[in-house]
Ligand binder design. Structure first.
Ligand SMILES: Nc1ncnc2c1ncn2[C@@H]1O[C@H](COP(=O)(O)OP(=O)(O)OP(=O)(O)O)[C@@H](O)[C@H]1O
Ligand SMILES: [Mg+2]
Length: 387
């Protein structure tokens, strides 16, 4: 969704004066003078606040499955799949985000649909650059000139080399100041939890590539786990099940739809079923099958158990910090990320850990909302991010 970002309020006069000078220079046929004025003076203009409205402050949640962008003063303006479609012969980018995802199931051998992140690690640096730059461009209007401050949320298990790569990249796309915050920390801020206080707050972020578990207190992580099991693994298992059980091939989007529509972690009050269309691997012909939620639950049981076991491990490791542990048992844990929407996962976690589980509205956008809140209050949240 492209944003609207214009020159408003008091900024109008401040921004219009230099624009006017440039246009006069153009009218006097001194194109060179206009360009020089524009470029040479940009630094001082920013310092003076002349072009401040044209420089945007943005926050980004760059995820394995989806990338979200928050713009200061506007809120969340973009939520698109982290996919780049490229022509293989010449590397030319054909589509970014939503359009690239739609192509991903229908690509021919000459096109590759690439996801830059894999299991919480950067697998393709070039695709990462193309994706972020392409998505930021989608939010631009003719009044957007550049980026001033950029807060980027990163997986808590990211290596120092990857961290540097993200920072370099942000500077490469023009960000003047870059702030990095871990996903669980941003999620906690987005949830309105005050992680600066001496109080234990537990967040579990189940995304597409990783599950990040963190217990935070006094602006730090008291106990954390970053598990490489998440939504994409559930999709892969459903895909394998269809191949092995029904000899059937289905597309990526259909598999995800099965997970969302009838996937569950706990016995449902009313079990569900759905018809799916795919291709019979033997005959090569299209066919329809009816799937049952009980069967899909069995398929998903192993990775979901792994996630629950990791949550238990994190809780157990708090035994040396009993005060924090008590806080978590008192307040419960907060489930975020798209994986929070798996039916009955909250019940399963509660049954096995005895901790109450909270799921907020729109758990997939909570990280970028937190990153945006940090962006708008950098002084207040000093200590939660690295520069
Ligand atoms: N209703 C739903 N039921 C089950 N899973 C869902 C649902 N909605 C979204 N998901 C899954 O959530 C995952 C995406 O979540 P999210 O957008 O939080 O991931 P991400 O931030 O891109 O990934 P990561 O944080 O691992 O880098 C996908 O695997 C998606 O299929
Ligand atoms: Mg995420």
């Amino acid at each position: 969704m492209p944003c609207r970002y214009g020159v408003t309020g008091g900024g109008f006069i401040r921004n219009i004066i230099p624009i006017k000078i440039i246009s006069i220079a153009f009218r006097l046929k001194s194109r060179k003078l206009a360009v020089e004025f524009f470029y040479k003076s940009q630094e001082s203009q920013v310092k003076m606040g002349l072009f401040s409205n044209l420089y945007r402050d943005i926050a980004i949640d760059f995820g394995t499955t989806n990338t979200l962008i928050f713009i200061h003063g506007l809120g969340v303006v973009l939520n698109e799949p982290s996919v780049v479609a490229r022509e293989l012969s010449n590397g030319k980018v054909l589509a970014i985000g939503r359009e690239a995802l739609l192509m991903s199931d229908k690509v021919h051998s000459g096109i590759a649909a690439v996801r830059p992140l894999f299991n919480g690690a950067i697998g393709d640096y070039q695709a990462m650059q193309e994706l972020i730059k392409g998505l930021i461009d989608k939010t631009k209007t003719r009044f957007s000139y550049g980026i001033n401050r950029m807060v980027i949320s990163i997986p808590s298990g990211i290596t120092p080399v990857e961290k540097r790569a993200v920072r370099d990249f942000a500077q490469h796309v023009g960000a003047r100041k870059v702030y990095l915050v871990t996903n669980p920390m941003a999620a906690a801020v987005g949830l309105g939890l005050d992680v600066r206080e001496p109080m234990g707050n537990m967040v579990v972020d189940i995304g597409g590539g990783t599950t990040e578990i963190a217990v935070m207190s006094l602006s730090g992580i008291a106990s954390g786990e970053c598990v490489k099991v998440a939504g994409a693994d559930l999709d892969n298992l459903i895909s394998r099940y269809l191949r092995e059980e029904y000899n059937m091939a289905v597309g990526e989007l259909t598999v995800e739809n099965i997970k969302k529509t009838i996937g569950s972690a706990y016995k449902l009050e009313k079990e569900l079923s759905m018809d799916i269309k795919g291709i019979c691997l033997e005959s090569g012909l299209p066919e329809v099958r009816t799937l049952r939620s009980e069967d899909i639950r069995d398929v998903l049981a192993v990775p979901l158990n792994q996630i629950v076991t990791s949550i238990k491990k994190s809780l157990e490791s708090l035994v040396t910090k009993p005060e924090i542990s008590v806080d978590v048992f008192d307040r419960g844990l907060f489930l975020v990320g798209g994986g929070a929407l798996i039916r009955g996962l909250d019940k399963k976690i509660h049954e096995e850990t005895n901790v109450s589980v909270h799921i907020c509205d729109e758990p997939q956008s909570i990280v970028v909302k937190g990153a945006g809140e940090i962006l708008e209050n950098l002084e207040k949240y000093r200590g939660l991010y690295s520069i």
